[in-house]
Design a protein around this ligand. Structure first.
Ligand SMILES: [Zn+2]
Ligand SMILES: [Zn+2]
Length: 145
């Protein structure tokens, strides 16, 4: 039986002796609804409307990181962003514009196939990976031409 992402989160929290609180769920949903990785201030802004305080956001992110529910992505100007990882989100890669900081999700399929092939016979067992490509987005690129 497939558990919903929120049920999986509940199971993970319980395994760590943590309760599935409304605040933790709000942080999780804010991350799930975001079209791109969220910086801590952006996340704090979103959940503040539901009355979640700053300390709770920091603590929850630490717990989610330890539970491998989220991963960090380097955003524009070295700001750290957070996003959900599979199975909480679908696996994808990122293209990060160094000029304007926008992040685009890239489909992963063919790259992943090549990556896993490169490990064949190496004795290494891959558990996951993340790929962030840095450069200029289409808009910024055409501005400088
Ligand atoms: Zn750009
Ligand atoms: Zn991949």
């Amino acid at each position: 039986m497939e558990l919903s992402p929120e049920e999986q989160l509940k199971t993970l929290l319980r395994a760590r002796g943590l309760r599935f609180t409304p605040d933790r769920l709000r942080v999780f949903r804010a991350l799930a609804d975001a079209p791109q990785p969220l910086s801590v201030p952006a996340l704090i802004n979103i959940v503040a409307t539901d009355g979640v305080n700053q300390a709770t956001v920091y603590r929850t992110l630490e717990q989610f990181l330890a539970m491998a529910v989220v991963q960090t992505v380097l955003l524009h100007d070295g700001v750290v962003g957070y996003e959900l990882v599979p199975p909480f989100s679908s696996h994808h890669h990122h293209f990060i514009c160094l000029d304007c900081g926008t992040i685009q999700a890239l489909p992963a399929d063919s790259v992943d196939t090549a990556l896993f092939k490169s490990l064949e016979g190496s004795g290494l067992k891959a558990m996951g990976h993340k790929i962030d490509i840095y450069g200029q987005c289409e808009r910024c690129h055409s501005d400088t031409d």
